[in-house]
Design a protein around this ligand. Structure first.
Ligand SMILES: [Zn+2]
Ligand SMILES: [Zn+2]
Length: 325
């Protein structure tokens, strides 16, 4: 297998889908011919390939582009295994990755977010963070990511309409104006991006926490805030400091997976507030509102609560615990 003459390299945190779209564009090749050249017979566009990128494709890409194999591997979401979660795969998909709802070559769900300003830049590309639930903003432009065409409401399908156009109505997505993000959410996300890149957790009073535990805490708090059960008590506790949080979904069943990016951003405002001054941001607000541990982390079978969170809850937020108010 020989190297290509034209061979775009992956950009920072770029997803494999994005890389392949750019390669096809640069070579003036159709997606299926490109795939035929790389791994004949491989189904790529009919599945969520950021999640299940096969090793033989990554190897072929590394050879054809001359990019080191280790770097090529970082274009798949599995590169975040051991950082974002223990395991990231199609079979064991967690709430961390927002699903695309792929059917044939069409995407039914809104799991690929985008930043209009990033797409307007000279080289448009999709970073892997645009697939992740806990990363609803663009930290370069200080905005909330979008997850649908504003004109027709279609999911973003860059493999069909190109990176900059809506595939259904051909709206130029770079003309859209994204909403300004909350500065506190941007601060938390900028920190989280560094952790994804391999830096240690450096959140005040939680420095050095293992990344898996830190992200698991964020997800646990996120779930507590949006929960249809006791979530209203947690949201009441947050109300005086950050106002009323509202959530919208793009499916009939309200699930974290089907939440809009604007709603995920709202939930992250709550997460950031509860993480502030750990553990007293959480303990103070929830203690005051008498929101107890079991409401923040319901005792579900099979769900493990990270120690740092369990410890704070057990110490301060169990009725009758010595420190409970
Ligand atoms: Zn941007
Ligand atoms: Zn459209």
């Amino acid at each position: 297998m020989s190297r290509w003459h034209i061979r775009p390299r992956p950009l920072p945190r770029e997803s494999i889908t994005s890389w392949l779209i750019r390669i096809a564009e640069a070579k003036g090749t159709k997606h299926h011919s490109l795939m035929k050249e790389l791994v004949p017979g491989l189904e790529f566009w009919t599945r969520d390939s950021d999640l299940v990128a096969p090793p033989e494709l990554i190897e072929a890409l590394a050879v054809k582009t001359g990019v080191p194999l280790e770097r090529a591997r970082c274009t798949a979401l599995s590169a975040y295994e051991g950082v974002l979660a223990e395991c990231i795969s199609g079979a064991n998909q967690s709430f961390m990755v927002v699903p695309l709802g792929v059917r044939h070559r069409i995407r039914k769900a809104h799991g690929q977010a985008f930043c209009p300003q990033c797409l307007a830049e000279e080289t448009a590309y999709l970073p892997l963070t645009w697939r992740l639930r806990l990363f609803p903003t663009c930290t370069r432009h200080g905005t909330i990511l979008m997850d649908a065409c504003l004109d027709c409401g279609a999911p973003y399908q860059p493999h069909r309409g190109g990176m900059r156009l809506c595939d259904r109505c051909a709206l130029d997505l770079t003309t859209l104006e994204a909403r300004t993000a909350d500065p506190n959410v941007l601060t938390l996300q900028a920190h989280n991006e560094l952790v994804l890149d391999g830096c240690a957790v450096a959140w005040p009073y939680l420095n050095g926490t293992h990344p898996i535990a830190f992200f698991a805490m964020e997800l646990a708090l996120f779930r507590a805030i949006v929960s249809r059960g006791w979530g209203s008590r947690v949201r009441d506790a947050l109300q005086p400091s950050i106002g009323t949080l509202e959530f919208e979904y793009r499916a009939k069943t309200p699930s974290i997976r089907a939440m809009t990016t604007i709603s995920a951003h709202n939930a992250m405002r709550g997460v950031e507030r509860l993480l502030r001054g750990w553990p007293f941001g959480l303990v103070g607000l929830c203690g005051e509102a008498r929101a107890w541990a079991s409401w923040i982390v319901p005792e579900e079978t099979g769900v493990q609560t990270p120690f740092a969170l369990r410890d704070a809850l057990d110490t301060y937020l169990r009725p009758g615990s010595s420190n409970a108010r």
